[in-house]
Ligand binder design. Structure first.
Ligand code: PMV
Length: 475
């Protein structure tokens, strides 16, 4: 069955809120509180949405509408479910995260290439259409992840992910859910009435953001903390802080934080305190003492990603060019380091009438999701021989027990990984019981059908399958 799961992170505004709405830069970080969207095949043509974590499903519905328009496609027959590791109340941006995750899931499910920049623009459009206001910084955090300087008109302008690695934040929830749209509108009204004063505040915030970026690049957390406190002072001038937030900020600084401020629109939600590692506990305790709730949020987290069903810790066999065993490394390592040549197996299955069986890989595979490939393909795991691996893989993937014939062993280099491949062949007419997790479907092809599909771009075939089909002179 076709099924795709995509996860997108929430965000915290580090500096520059409100000013960013008027074209000034801000600094944002993605947090490890994530929202997951799963799209699976529905029994009929209807679109079913089960999204208990999302406060309103308009973001999901609008994502479908805008995706259809942008990619000129009709979305039908899907079931959308959501799952979340954070509660919508903290103000971590669940609406933006669900929009980004939904659009990405649609693009993977319907096999349309959408770059991160395109995804950002599309998701921002959806968020604006539903919510009316917003600089899009939360959308950018959900797409790109990490920490970065953001500008409403130019998007993510400078990446600070590496530079931010040593930054230590304590996050406290004020117990009140903020109404971002209302507060942004209030600031807009204030700006109309006191144009000069508010513009002056925004330009001072910009100077702090510029200085903050330099501090992050220099890992000067103490100086960055002092800028947080100055930024908070300006937010108080904008009348967006609350007594509770003020108390949490003051106590955090008193307890040894380098500085603290509210994060986001204000009026509630969270505050952040920048601290040295030695003060994390005292600062957290002080925040709790004035009634704040400590939220365990890791910053600088990865952006939107497709979840894989492959166990990334599985151990593969690393060999040299003569197929001599050198060591064992995880699937993850093998798929991220081309120098780790690892043992793999593949099986070409032929029908007695000469057709070849191919499988369409599921969208949750960590490599080549959605591609057509040999009927069976897999890795040799620690402790296994090639022959044992191909029998296991054939049973797991096709649900059959055939006796494969060994064809040849050769090394094969993909752009991201290098395999020592042992290729097998077998003759079998079916029936097959494909693994629902790993395979979308299997199909027999004549030489002509396959050549036509490839010629007209109707099918994406893995390079390895193409190589092997040529090796046996099928193509
Ligand atoms: O309340 P939050 O966390 O969604 O942050 C709002 C930040 C603002 O700058 C006030 C608005 C915006 O969209 O940038």
């Amino acid at each position: 069955m076709k099924k795709v799961s995509v996860t997108a992170p929430g965000k915290l505004m580090l500096m520059g809120e409100h000013a960013v709405v008027y074209g000034y830069p801000c600094i944002v970080t993605a947090v490890n509180q994530c929202l997951k969207v799963t799209i699976s095949e529905n029994k009929d043509e209807r679109i079913e949405i089960v999204a208990p974590q999302v406060k309103d499903t308009r973001f999901v519905e609008a994502s479908i509408k805008y995706f259809e328009e942008k990619l000129d496609i009709k979305v039908t027959g899907i079931c959308v479910t959501t799952d979340s590791t954070f509660s919508g109340i903290f103000g971590f941006g669940s609406s933006s995260a669900v929009t980004v995750a939904m659009l990405k899931a649609l693009s993977v499910y319907f096999e349309r290439d959408v770059s991160n920049d395109e995804l950002f623009l599309l998701a921002y459009k959806v968020v604006l259409a539903v919510q009316g206001v917003g600089s899009g910084f939360d959308v950018a955090a959900a797409v790109y992840g990490g920490t970065f300087v953001y500008d409403k008109d130019q998007g993510r302008i400078r990446d600070l992910t590496d530079a931010s690695k040593g930054m230590q934040l304590v996050v406290g929830y004020s117990g009140v859910k903020a109404n971002t749209v209302k507060i942004v509108q209030e600031v807009a009204k204030q700006k109309e009435v006191e144009h000069e004063k508010i513009t002056q505040i925004f330009s001072e915030i910009k100077q702090l953001v510029d200085a903050g970026e330099k501090c992050i690049c220099a890992s000067d957390w103490q100086a960055l903390g002092a800028l947080f406190s100055k930024n908070q002072y300006l937010l108080v001038q904008l009348s967006v802080s609350t007594q509770k937030l003020d108390a949490m900020v003051a106590t955090a600084t008193h307890a040894g934080a380098y500085g603290a401020k509210l994060s986001g629109a204000g009026g509630g939600d969270c505050m952040i305190a920048l601290t040295g590692a030695e003060h994390v506990l005292t600062v957290a305790k002080a925040i709790e003492k004035v009634g704040g709730e400590i939220v365990q949020a890791k910053t600088n987290c990865p952006g939107v990603r497709v979840e894989t069903t492959d166990d990334q810790k599985e151990l593969f066999i690393i060999v040299d060019k003569d197929d001599k065993i050198l060591e064992y490394r995880s699937r993850y390592d093998c798929h991220h380091d081309k120098s780790l040549m690892h043992r793999s197996v593949s099986l070409l299955v032929f029908h007695t009438d000469g057709r070849v069986l191919l499988q369409k890989r599921s969208m949750t595979k960590d490599t080549h999701p959605g591609y057509w490939t040999t009927a069976v393909g897999g890795h040799v795991t620690k402790g296994e021989t090639y022959d044992q691996a191909i029998v296991r893989e054939t049973r797991e993937e096709l649900g059959i027990g055939v006796i494969p014939v060994k064809h040849s062993v050769f090394s094969y280099a993909y752009p991201i990984e290098t395999e020592m491949e042992c290729m097998y062949t077998a003759v079998y007419d079916g029936p097959f019981h494909p693994s629902a997790e790993e395979i979308e479907r299997v199909e027999f092809f004549t030489k002509k059908q396959l050549e036509d599909a490839l010629k007209h771009g109707h099918m994406q075939l893995t390079e390895l399958a193409l190589y092997e089909l040529r090796k046996v002179k099928f193509l």
